[in-house]
Design a protein around this ligand. Sequence first.
Ligand SMILES: O=C(O)CCC(=O)C(=O)O
Ligand SMILES: [Fe+2]
Length: 356
Amino acid sequence: MPGLTKYPPFPDNVPTHPLLVVDYELLKAGDEAEVEKFWTAATSLGFWYMKNHGADELVNGMFEMGEETMNLPFEEKMKFEQGDDGMSFGYKAPGANATDETGARDFVEFINTSQDDALAFPKPVHRTYPSTVNARMEHTIRPFIQLSAEVNTTLMEILGKRLGFKEGTIAQLHRLDETSGSETRCIKSLPRPEGISEEKAALGAHTDFGSITFLHNRLGGLQVMPPGSDRWQYIKPMAGHAVCNLGDAMYIFSGGILKSNLHRVVPAPGAQAVLPRWSLAMFTRPGDSVVLRALTEESPVVAEAVANAPDKSIFNSGQTSKEWFARRVKNQRTKNQKGPTTWRQSRGTEHRRDAA
Ligand SMILES: O=C(O)CCC(=O)C(=O)O
Ligand SMILES: [Fe+2]
């Protein structure tokens, strides 16, 4: 499937949310109108399409790695399962995560590779991986992570500049030489199992845990709930366009000026529903030691936003990036569910009034 070039069309009779399209080449060249459009996207929904990012070939290789990995025998994959202690690197079996407070299980599987492990390969920093990952680590995964990290940091620095931060402020929080939760994830979601409703989430409603996500998908299924709406709307996949979105760390650093919106994944709609759905994300997250708090001393604009915020508690989380991330991952695991309290402990900023 990842190798296919033709897919059944995305249906035109489902609710779809349009996104602004930003051109990465124009952004890098400092084109003012493009930067303005990007700022609008980042401060409204926090999602945008991005073209001219240069990652397409590596993305295809990553999907091949994902397919090779998912085709391994289940017992082999389980040797590399991420476990229940709050680490998200490695394989995640279908059903290993809860999707809501009732403990309903997800039905996607993923293979996550840590940025640190890919950069230091063959020396493990966090863990080891299946043979299919190791085989492509140097030719596919490491270059994909390096390119994605550069794209993500470039995008965040542009936003940091608009917020009034000194150059390098955001990049410093995401250094490649500090260990972090940054990782790439290839997700496989089988066609909707018999008896499961179309509305049932394959991946539950969430805001992203880290700073920024560079996402590539072929089939529909990703949905957002735009601010002020109570309806889920699809994001239509567009060939050659990544879907990018901001996570909670950028929301917190910016005092809520930059948005991390609620989203989820449901089975692909319409004629696409019969195919397995693949997606690939690169999650850039702050360095492990970075405290998640609004950068009020670095920017008067951020200071003012926090001063005017009705609920300031989220802007001083009291947690490092490592603690925040481990808490969310651990409390989402099916094995750790002890009712709604565990689920609540897995949450980031989903409860925010403007998140949904
Ligand atoms: O598969 C997708 O389209 C999105 C996945 C996602 O939201 C995530 O892994 O955080
Ligand atoms: Fe997400």
